[in-house]
Write a protein that binds this ligand. Structure first.
Ligand code: 13P
Length: 250
């Protein structure tokens, strides 16, 4: 079964609820697609407005983060059941910005992945090396470790719902995109790890995205690679021209 391409936006800390609704309403016709899955992961406070605006369209709305406990004294956090209650089906877990600024470890990522899956929410689990690590030649070991720990305790059935996003930190928000060969090499390593952990048939079903300065000009070359099943897009997902990424093959 061929994997469907996923064009996923990560809005990060951009767009108010009113801006989110207007953006989706204004662009929903241009974002319509029969053959590419479309997802915007938005700030938690934008979720109700974004979900309402996207209703009846092909646009999926996800969250950018959630906590791994069900409820309790965790001031400021969002529980999985809260996302579930709104009908949210995707959540980004372990973005490098959360790892860097909010001290998320692979162990925390793993707890969040397990908790999201328990609630029927598909985790978009992020991994990726820094420029220093790439220069040190440890990219493969680093990414394998991030993915392996992130997926601890995730069984073969559940892993099919996980989306893995390879985002080299040096390519995020820098305008420096990994070459399609660099991106494919690491996404291929991730696929090989999935084969080791779950077998070839299961590994074939898991979507692996590339993220880092994806835009309408480079999406086609990246998405044509055998192990790249779409993109996780930051800056370019805030603009109407995100349509060029969705329609990369037109
Ligand atoms: P940019 O597309 O802005 O480089 O951001 C990538 C990213 O971090 C998506 O999660």
């Amino acid at each position: 079964m061929a994997r469907r391409i996923l064009a996923a936006g990560n809005w990060k800390m951009n767009m108010t609820p009113a801006e989110a609704a207007a953006f989706i309403n204004d662009n929903k016709a241009a974002f319509a697609s029969d053959d590419v899955d479309v997802l915007f992961c938005v700030p938690a406070i934008d979720l109700p407005a974004a979900l309402a605006a996207a209703e009846g369209t092909n646009i999926n709305i996800g969250a950018e983060n959630m906590y791994f406990e069900e409820k309790g004294a965790f001031t400021g956090e969002i529980a999985p059941g809260m996302l579930d209650d709104l009908g949210v089906k995707f959540v980004i877990i372990g973005h490098s910005e959360r790892r860097e600024y909010f001290a998320e470890t692979d162990e925390i990522v793993n707890k969040k992945v397990l908790k999201a899956l328990e609630h029927g929410i598909c985790p978009v689990m992020c991994c990726g090396e820094s420029l220093t690590q790439r220069e040190q030649g440890v990219t493969q070991e680093w990414v394998r470790q991030q993915v392996k720990i992130g997926l601890l305790g995730v069984d073969a059935d559940a892993v099919k719902k996980v989306v893995i996003a390879y985002e080299p930190i040096w390519a995020i928000g820098t305008g420096v995109t990994a070459t399609s060969d660099q991106a494919e090499e690491v996404c291929g390593w991730i696929r090989a790890l999935l084969v080791e952990l779950y077998g070839a048939d299961v590994a074939e079903e898991v979507r692996v995205l590339y993220g880092g300065s994806v835009n309408g000009g480079n999406a086609a070359e990246l998405f044509a690679k055998p192990n790249i099943d779409g993109g996780l897009v930051g800056g370019a997902s805030l603009k109407p021209s995100f349509a060029d990424i969705i329609h990369y093959n037109k």
